[in-house]
Design a binder for this molecule. Structure first.
Ligand code: HEC
Ligand code: HEC
Length: 298
């Protein structure tokens, strides 16, 4: 909270406390309420009437006690941004203290596993490390890649041996740390609708589909070599450096039907894997990498 709002809240709280105190004393001092009289307030409810008397002493003292408590609370414990109070407590400070405590407790555990290589972490002796990685994967990655890492439409399966960028420990870690951006250009305008359907037919033959219009596929082949081979390779097997998928297998990020492939080619695709370097510490990414690596090693 900024100094202005801290002051704002403090001043209002103080004004309310002082106002109540004033009211308490002002009514007590007035001549009318000096002592008990037999006077009644004048209203009656079911035969019950009210005396017009000053506050009983114990009641007055309890009011005073709440005023003292209020002032004491304001001074000691406000936790309002810059006005920390004499005790220096604030909810933010408390959170930081707890995080620091957690850091102290878990740091040695993470440090122990950070000293081991991804391959060493696959050893059953280090199962605890992998399980920590699994839990962090569930918290940070499963929304997109699925709780078992098997992916979904547009989100790659991490449990198979088919990789966009590569499945060795260093490349997986790079994917997680710095993120990835797949850039498949849109070809609808370049190829025209007939061209899109020709190339789609050719892409289908690459993955061994039968009942493809072979003449269209033949026309598509030369287009593919001219426009697509730079990224997907002359054989269509893809290129890890660009994240261009292998088109010759049966694994599809965006679906393998004629219409789905035609849609990809016509409109392009831009899958984004967010960078995690500012979200997770290096030690945590290390353990998550070990877990992701283990998924495809079975
Ligand atoms: C917001 C969704 C999202 C989240 C969260 C996310 N990913 Fe991804 N991830 C993607 C997408 C989309 C891709 C594919 C990028 C592309 O199409 O080029 C990807 C790609 C990857 C790759 C590369 C796969 C390959 O075939 O080379 C790895 C490894 C990976 N993610 C691991 C993780 C891990 C580990 C986490 C958690 C720390 C994570 N991802 C969190 C969406 C996400
Ligand atoms: C600049 C490099 C580049 C060029 C050129 C390119 N692609 Fe791609 N292509 C990619 C990338 C990168 C992806 C992955 C997109 C993603 O991860 O979101 C992709 C994805 C695809 C997919 C989806 C695969 C799947 O698993 O769902 C198909 C199909 C495809 N490209 C076909 C083509 C065809 C056909 C051409 C030529 C007309 C072509 N690409 C040209 C880079 C390229």
């Amino acid at each position: 909270m900024s100094a202005f709002w801290s002051a704002w809240v403090s001043v209002i709280a103080l004004a309310v406390i002082l106002g109540c105190t004033w009211l308490l004393f002002a009514t007590r001092k007035s001549e009318k309420y000096k002592e008990s009289t037999e006077e009644k307030v004048g209203h009656e409810f079911d035969g019950i009437e009210e005396y017009d008397n000053p506050l009983p002493k114990w009641w007055f003292q309890m009011f005073l006690a709440t005023v003292v408590f209020g002032l004491g609370y304001l001074v000691l414990y406000p936790g309002l941004g810059n006005f920390q109070g004499l005790l220096g407590w604030s909810s933010h400070g408390q959170w930081e203290e707890e995080m620091q405590h957690a850091e102290e407790v878990y740091q040695p555990v993470f440090a122990k596993y950070a000293a081991l290589s991804i391959e060493e972490l696959q050893d059953p002796a280090n199962e605890t490390g992998l399980r920590m990685g699994q839990r962090m994967f569930a918290n940070n990655c499963s929304v997109c890649h699925g709780s078992a890492g098997t992916g979904a439409y547009g989100f790659p399966n991490l449990t198979d041996s088919d990789w966009l960028y590569g499945g060795d420990p260093a490349t997986i870690k790079e994917s997680i740390t710095n993120g990835r951006q797949g850039a498949m250009p849109a070809w609808g305008a370049v190829l025209g609708e007939d061209g899109v359907r020709d190339v789609t037919a050719y892409v289908l033959t690459l993955s061994g589909a039968d009942n493809v219009d072979s003449q269209a596929a033949e026309r598509g082949q030369s287009q593919f070599q001219a426009l697509c081979a730079a990224c997907h390779g002359a054989d269509g097997k893809g290129m890890h450096a660009l994240g261009a998928p292998n088109l010759t297998d049966s694994t599809w990020l965006y679906g393998g039907s004629f219409e789905q492939i035609a849609h990809t080619i016509r409109n392009g695709r831009n899958g984004v894997m967010p960078a995690h370097q500012n979200l997770l510490s290096e030690d945590k990414i290390h353990l998550i990498t070990a877990y992701v690596y283990s998924l495809s090693q079975k």
